[in-house]
Design a protein around this ligand. Sequence first.
Ligand code: ADP
Ligand code: MG
Length: 234
Amino acid sequence: MSRVLRAQNLTKRFGDDKVVDNVSLESPEGKITVIMGPNGAGKTTLLKMLALLIPPDAGEIEYNGVKVNTLGEKEKPEFQRKISFVPQKPPVLTASVFRNVYLPLRFRGVEPSRAKSLAEEWLARFRLAGFSRKNAQNLSGGEKQLLALARAFATQPEILLLDEPTAHLAPQNAEFVREFIKRFVYETKAHAIIVSHSVTEAKTLADRLLVMVSGKIKAVYDGEFREEEILKWI
Ligand SMILES: Nc1ncnc2c1ncn2[C@@H]1O[C@H](COP(=O)(O)OP(=O)(O)O)[C@@H](O)[C@H]1O
Ligand SMILES: [Mg+2]
């Protein structure tokens, strides 16, 4: 049976503002869902709820038929280890670039020599081999984003939640990252939900495109869509 990540009627308020308003979505394995929408639409809040970083006020999140948003202290981290969430401005550890990839692998129980070779492999793949010994805090915004992505993929997640993954990247790197995401999702049958402001990115990546405005899903496109249809919302 194929796996599915499902959100049903998620709602989140901050004070009097309903920032996410009754949102439902389904992310099947091996498929990419892209979410576009104006600033303040609630996209980041939605991703954080899916990553179980903030609890919804109402609604539920289900993975393979198991309700995950109310998991206990022991099961929640187990589920979260299946997820790679890359925030808009990814935080990096104050440690070498190498250790930023190595430590999350060790944390997931990968033994030292294997973690070392995997970290080297993923840094090379994300064009960071030469930066290995540098303190990650000293990287540029784009380099930090590449590092966060290398780290996110290295742990072989079942669920990828990416918040504007190419926003700080030069065009060639953005294109490389898009192709990489696509191949990874199709080959490993991961679930991917990607927030983007780029129509090009949506066109390249989206199996399904959701347009989110003022906390609500206003439009859903499966496969083809016309650029003008999207731009009228954002
Ligand atoms: N922790 C918070 N406390 C209060 N308001 C918040 C918080 N996080 C987000 N918001 C507000 O919720 C709205 C949606 O934010 P966000 O989900 O970041 O939107 P988007 O990612 O679509 O730009 C914004 O108006 C933002 O200011
Ligand atoms: Mg955001």
